[in-house]
Design a protein. Structure first.
Length: 93
């Protein structure tokens, strides 16, 4: 069994380009403004890995990780993440 602590950073830019069908939308729907789509985020995650014992399960492990954003800066109104959870069954051979 092992545990992990992970810090992940990501940054994304505004949408580059133009869609003529949306030319009036930024005034009506703020999320349609391509100049307000960028942002930055830093996530903190805790995880656990359990290696499965025995001949039948040799080389297999269960991994679980849960995390939350600890820093977020968005250029405009966007969907955000409150928390996330990953669960996996991994088999190496």
């Amino acid at each position: 069994m092992s545990t992990s602590l992970r810090v992940t950073g990501k940054a994304w830019g505004d949408i580059d380009g133009r869609d003529e069908d949306l030319r009036l939308a930024p005034n009506v729907v703020p999320t349609a403004d391509p100049r307000r789509r960028g942002g930055e985020e830093i996530d903190l995650s805790l995880g656990v890995n359990v290696k499965m014992p025995g001949n039948f399960l040799n080389g297999q492990r269960i991994a679980a990780e849960i995390g939350v954003p600890v820093y977020r800066s968005l250029d405009g109104p966007q969907l955000s993440t409150d928390w996330f959870f990953n669960l996996g069954w991994q088999w190496s051979f």
